[in-house]
Structure formats: C-alpha cells, structure tokens
Design a protein around this ligand. Structure first.
Ligand SMILES: Nc1ncnc2c1ncn2[C@@H]1O[C@H](COP(=O)(O)OP(=O)(O)OP(=O)(O)O)[C@@H](O)[C@H]1O
Length: 282
C-alpha cells in the first residue's frame, strides 16, 4: 500500500515521539505521470493501433511518455504546523499535495497520514448553476458535516466569505460570481470544519487583501484547534502571513525545508532576475 492512514504505527517503529505529534510522513516519495498518445501518428486510433502492434517495444515507442513530477521527497509534518509549499511553475507542488490527499498513487516510497486529509483547491467541485446557499449545503455535506452542523454554521460561513457584503449574492447562482468571490466561498465552506490535515492549493491567491488577512487568521485558528495546514501559493506574502515553515520544491526535488524567512530569502534570490551591474560613473 502506498498511502497508509496510520501514522501511529510508524511513530512506534521509528521512535519519532515526544511532544510533537506527526500528522504526515512522506518517505522518499516519487510520483510519475504516464501520458498516452504522444507518439507520431494521426489521431488516437492510429496511436492505439501503434500501441497494439508494438506491444513489446519501450514505453516511448508505444506512445507512452513519463513525467517524473516528484523525486525522492521526504518530510515529517507535525500537529499545529502551517507549512507553505513553494517552487517555480511545474516544480511538483500540486502533485505532492494531491498525493498527500491520497488522490494520486506514488511510484516509490510511502506517505503516511493521521486522519483523512482534505484538499481544498480553487477548482473544488461546486455547482455553478446552483445558488451560493445550495452550494454551502452541498459542500458541507461533501466534507462530511451533518445537516445540523451546516445549519448551525451557515450564517458564519456566509459572513466569513463576505459574499453578501455588496448585495444578496448568496441567493444567486455561482456562475454570476467573480472568480475571487467563488474561491472565497470555497475557502469559507472548507474552513467551517475542523480538519486533521487541510491542504490548500492557491485558494487565497484570488482574494483581496482584507479577505487574505481573514483567511490567515482562520488558518491560525484551525492550527490551534487541531491539525496541520499545507498551503501552496505563488504569493510570498500569503506564505509569510500564514506559515512558519516552508518546503521549497524545484524540478520535483525538495530543495529546502526550514523556517519561512530562511527559505524565502533563498527562494527570492533564486527567482528574482539578476541585477545588471551599473555602468561605472564617468
Ligand atoms: N495530469 C498530468 N499528466 C502529466 N503530467 C502532469 C500532469 N499534471 C502535472 N504534470 C506535470 O508534472 C510536473 C509538476 O506539475 P505540478 O502541477 O505538480 O507543478 P506545480 O509546482 O504545482 O506548478 P504550478 O506552480 O505551475 O501550479 C510538471 O512537469 C507538469 O507538466
């Protein structure tokens, strides 16, 4: 099994114990995507025929290409931590998050989690033809809340999202929302529940400054109540506001794992364009 839901067994075996309680352990994880239909040939029927004819050839010849998205990544996350995942485009952040959520198999290594991690992405499935109100109920049920819990927290969710600040938008279909409003509602629904491990993919990026501040406060509160929060973001300020630890992935490899400021300092030096030397004064 590559995704095991019992971290306690591992802690017993490895002796990682004491005050800090591990919630996620990634042990030398490799994740590989396989993409079909990449060989020359027109249309998928030709590609399929090619695959049958050349069954014994290499993967590349049969039209299957592999993308090694995460390479030999290991880390231990503890209860109460908020961890930022950073890295340039295509460095493997979303892939790693999906694997921690149990949505992608790992090629090598293992991921152990304590409790069921919840992945909150900007694409979290809400129904655009239904009203915000219906979506709050559906989203809550999808996360495992009871009808009573949803009723109890409904007003809190709507108030937190700020959707109704500019009129009665919560009774309109979600397709009438701006992308920022949509992701605020998604975040608010997810934040209404206490999660053991909450995985957030860019959810805060589209909110305005006021909402970002509220989200950062909410994430802090969630950490105090229980679990561990992972946040993937390209916004270094969101990471600074929210996380005290950062994992930096580059080309699928874990380049740095440490306190936010230390890692961001190196990352910013890596991503900022090199300054041209000033011409010498005449
Ligand atoms: N479904 C997929 N099939 C094949 N390759 C994929 C798939 N999803 C991602 N990849 C590849 O895996 C690598 C890592 O992608 P991933 O989306 O995890 O990166 P990321 O760090 O989240 O990027 P970004 O910052 O742009 O969102 C990339 O090379 C990407 O092309």
């Amino acid at each position: 099994m590559d995704h095991v839901n019992d971290v306690k067994d591992v802690t017993a075996r490895t002796g990682v114990a004491g005050e800090r309680i591990p919630t996620v352990i990634a042990d030398r994880v490799d994740i590989v995507y396989r993409v079909n239909g990449t060989s020359a040939g027109r249309g998928s029927a030709t590609a399929a025929l090619n695959r049958i004819v050349r069954r014994k050839k290499t993967e590349r010849a049969s039209g299957v290409r592999t993308v090694h998205a995460v390479r030999n990544v290991s880390f231990v996350a503890y209860k109460g931590e908020a961890i930022g995942l950073i890295g340039t485009n295509g460095s493997g952040k979303s892939t790693l998050l999906k694997a921690v959520a149990g949505l992608l198999p790992v090629e090598n290594g293992k991921i152990y989690t304590d409790g069921q991690p919840s992945l909150l992405g900007v694409n979290a499935a809400l129904m655009s033809d239904l009203t915000g109100e219906r979506n709050v109920h559906l989203g809550g049920l999808a996360m495992g809340m009871t009808r009573e819990q949803i009723k109890e927290r409904y007003q809190e969710i709507v108030d937190f999202s700020g959707i109704n600040e500019k009129g009665d938008f919560i009774s309109l279909p979600m397709r009438t929302y701006s992308s920022g409003m949509g992701s605020r509602l998604r975040f608010s629904i997810a934040a209404a529940k206490d999660h053991d491990v909450l995985l957030i993919d860019e959810a805060l990026a589209t909110g305005d400054a006021k909402f970002r501040q509220r989200s950062a406060d909410r994430i802090r509160a969630m950490r105090e109540h229980a679990g561990t929060v992972f946040l993937v973001s390209h916004s270094n300020s969101s990471i600074r506001e929210t996380c005290e630890r950062v994992l930096w992935l580059e080309r699928g490899e874990l380049r740095m794992d440490g306190p936010t400021e230390e890692v961001l300092k190196e990352y910013e030096a890596f991503t900022e364009p090199k300054k041209k030397p000033r011409p010498a004064k005449a």
